[in-house]
Design a protein around this ligand. Structure first.
Ligand SMILES: *Cc1c(COP(=O)(O)O)cnc(C)c1O
Length: 232
C-alpha cells in the first residue's frame, strides 16, 4: 500500500523537477497512470493516493476493471491498438482514446458514441521514429487525417500521441518528441478551431525528455506500479 503511494510521490516529484528544468509550470503536465496488467486493487490504491486518470491497452481487461471500480470517479483513457470491430465498447466506456491512426476507426468511434455523453477526446497516434511499428499514421499523412477527424461532431480532436523507438541517450530521446511538437504546432495553424492542446508523450524511461519537449500528458506504468508480469 505505502509502496504505491511512495512511487506516485516519486513520479510526481520527477515530473515537477523536469517541468522546472523546462521552465514550465508542473500544472501543465498531466500524469496518466498506465495500469495494464495491474489488478483493480492496485488501481484503487492509486486512486487513494490521488490519481484520477488511468490508461489501459487491452479492452476486455479494461472493461473488467471499469466495472470493478464503478464506485470511483476515474477518467479512463484507451491507449492500445484498436480493432475496428471493437470500437463500440471503447466509445461507450472511455473518455479519451490516444491510439487512433485511421479514419475508419475515428468514424466508428464517432458514430457509436452514445447520445448524452460528451464528445470523445481523441489523440492521433503518429509513427514518428519507429519504422518497425505498424501503429501510427505517417507524418506525411497526418494533416489529411486530422482534417477529416476534426470534422466529426462527437469527437474532440485534442492532439497527438507517439511511442518513439527506445533510446538510452537522454539527448537523442528528445528528437522524436520535438518532431511531434512541431507536427502539433502545424496542425494548430491548419485547424485553428480544433481544441488541439495535448501532446501525449513520455513513458517511464523517457518522461524527462518528453517534458522538455512540451509533453502535456505523460503515460507512466512501470515507474508507478513496478515491473509488469505478463505470465498470468
Ligand atoms: C505500456 C505503455 C506505457 C507505459 O510504459 P512504461 O514504460 O511502463 O511506463 C505508455 N504508453 C503506452 C502506449 C503503453 O502501451
Amino acid at each position: 500500500m505505502t509502496q504505491i503511494t511512495d512511487r506516485f510521490d516519486q513520479v510526481r516529484a520527477q515530473i515537477t523537477a523536469a517541468a522546472v528544468h523546462a521552465k514550465r509550470s508542473p500544472s501543465t503536465i498531466k500524469l496518466l497512470a498506465v495500469s495494464k496488467t495491474r489488478h483493480a486493487d492496485e488501481l484503487r490504491q492509486a486512486w487513494s493516493a490521488g490519481q484520477r486518470d488511468f490508461g489501459e491497452n487491452y479492452l476486455q481487461e479494461a472493461l473488467d476493471k471499469i466495472e470493478a471500480l464503478d464506485d470511483l470517479d476515474i477518467c479512463w483513457h484507451f491507449i492500445g491498438p484498436i480493432q475496428s470491430n471493437k470500437t463500440r465498447p471503447i466509445t461507450e466506456n472511455f473518455s479519451w482514446v490516444h491510439s487512433v491512426d485511421r479514419l475508419k476507426v475515428a468514424q466508428r468511434l464517432n458514430d457509436q458514441r452514445p447520445k448524452g455523453m460528451p464528445p470523445l477526446n481523441i489523440c492521433l497516434q503518429v509513427n514518428i521514429s519507429d519504422e518497425s511499428s505498424k501503429s501510427g499514421v505517417l507524418p506525411s499523412e497526418l494533416s489529411a487525417l486530422a482534417r477529416d477527424v476534426a470534422s466529426l461532431e462527437n469527437i474532440r480532436l485534442r492532439g497527438l500521441m507517439a511511442i518513439p523507438a527506445s533510446n538510452d541517450d537522454p539527448q537523442r530521446q528528445r528528437e522524436p518528441f520535438a518532431q511531434l511538437n512541431t507536427l502539433l504546432q502545424n496542425l494548430q495553424q491548419q485547424l485553428p478551431s480544433a481544441p488541439l492542446d495535448t501532446l501525449s508523450m513520455g513513458m517511464s524511461a523517457d518522461m524527462e525528455a518528453a517534458i522538455l519537449e512540451g509533453a502535456t500528458m505523460v503515460r507512466i506504468g512501470t515507474a508507478l506500479f513496478g515491473p509488469r508480469d505478463y505470465s498470468e
